[in-house]
Design a protein around this ligand. Structure first.
Ligand SMILES: [Zn+2]
Length: 416
């Protein structure tokens, strides 16, 4: 690897965010700038370079918190990762050696700080009040989740942890960084087992907890804004609790209210009445569905009677009623075919124009085979379906062949 200095050994990048997570801009020496490896470059979807600086305010993806984005000189920082002790910035253009100015995308970073510090607080409340330890954390684009282990968190537990965390926010407790060895930190009350050597970084929320963490945090709990727990689901042996903090809570509340108002408008009811209004609308819809079905069946029966009364019947011979319907639901074919097939020696050959549905039905005394007949039709016109001797249904691949398919079925029945 090419470096500006004489040494080729890995140099730890100085992490400016460790001591000041509110630093948005910085200057740093470019130690190396290499074309990105094929794998990282293809992730970036554009030609990319990997830049290593002597120091950086850019946070690399780690501990559940996503990386920062921003600019290094004129280059866009697309991704930031930890590689041993070095922080690698994936950028969209080559940087010259020398000094470069960096600036991080602050709204994104501050959002991450709100979510991350909120997670510390919420996890601490689940642990303290309900004995539910957090086993993992994910900071997503829209929501954050923690997985807690133990009893199923009831509605009361979820609300209880949320309320306790928000109480800590209202008290605006100080959030500070402490350094110490694992031994020193454990004397100060860190419960988590840490197997890392040397001096560790820990985050203290005044009077709440002390936790080893390399992430970025707000200065006091008041800056978290507010925490809202959005849901809980079982994931393997744990419980995944969904939550949002700060600006995300505000956005979620606004989005929820807008949805509620839109639904209320559609239902022509007050927002507080949407539950009863929607229950009533669904009940009406279900009742109407049943009514329409019953009416369709009666209408099909009446139409079938008319069809059977029309001239053309000859005593002792097979009577074929063939019809392509338009603008009726597919179930209408079933009602009509069943009504026709109640009369001895009749066969119904029905289709639904536009949709390509076919339905063949016969009175058992008609003595033909509807399933075999349908198969014969599909030999000439592509389609799918099947059934039994007296009743078969299917669908033509090309619905414009409906009239031809019905004509073929008539021919086959009459033995022409
Ligand atoms: Zn943290």
């Amino acid at each position: 690897m090419l470096r500006s200095g004489t040494s080729s050994k890995i140099m730890a990048t100085r992490r400016l965010y460790y001591d000041d997570s509110f630093q948005k801009e910085f200057a740093a020496k470019v130690l190396s700038c290499e074309p990105a490896t094929a794998a990282t470059a293809s992730q970036a979807k554009v030609p990319a370079w990997e830049v290593i600086l002597a120091q950086t305010a850019f946070y690399p993806t780690s501990g559940g918190q996503p990386h920062d984005i921003g600019k290094l000189g004129d280059a866009q920082v697309l991704k930031v990762t930890d590689r041993k002790d070095e922080i690698v910035h994936l950028v969209d253009r080559r940087l010259e050696f020398g000094e470069v100015r960096g600036s991080i995308n602050w709204p994104r970073r501050f959002d991450h700080m709100q979510q991350h510090t909120g997670q510390h607080l919420l996890s601490a409340m689940f642990q303290k009040h309900f004995n539910l330890p957090t086993v993992s954390f994910h900071l997503g684009v829209e929501v954050c989740t923690i997985d807690v282990r133990g009893q199923e968190p009831s509605e009361e537990i979820l609300e209880g942890a949320e309320r306790a965390a928000n109480q800590m926010i209202f008290e605006d407790r100080c959030v500070s960084v402490r350094y110490g060895t694992a031994e020193e930190l454990s004397r100060l009350g860190v419960r988590k087992e840490v197997d890392r050597e040397g001096v560790l970084r820990a985050i203290e929320i005044e009077g709440v907890e002390l936790q080893p963490c390399g992430g970025t945090h707000v200065r006091s709990t008041g800056q978290i804004g507010i925490i809202l727990v959005r849901g809980c689901a079982k994931i393997r042996q744990d419980w995944r609790v969904e939550f949002v903090c700060g600006t995300r809570t505000e956005e979620a509340a606004r989005r929820d209210f807008r949805l509620l108002r839109e639904v209320a408008e559609k239902l022509k009811s007050a927002p507080e009445d949407v539950v009863s209004s929607s229950a009533r609308a669904v009940a009406e819809r279900d009742a109407n569905f049943k009514k329409i079905r019953a009416l369709l069946e009666r209408l099909a029966g009446a139409e079938a009677t008319l069809a059977l009364e029309s001239p053309g019947a000859q005593a002792n011979s097979l009577r074929i009623i063939s019809r392509a319907f338009e603008d009726v639901p597919a179930e209408y074919l079933g009602f009509f075919g069943t009504a026709i097939a109640m009369t001895e020696k009749t066969v119904a050959l029905l289709g639904l124009a536009g949709a390509g549905d076919l339905l063949f039905a016969q009175h058992p005394m008609a003595g033909k085979d509807m399933n075999a007949l349908l198969k014969q039709v599909f030999e000439k016109f592509a389609g799918k379906g099947g059934g039994a001797r007296d009743f078969a249904r299917g669908k033509l691949a090309d619905s414009s062949q409906m009239e031809n398919a019905l004509a073929l079925a008539r021919e086959k029945l009459s033995g022409v």
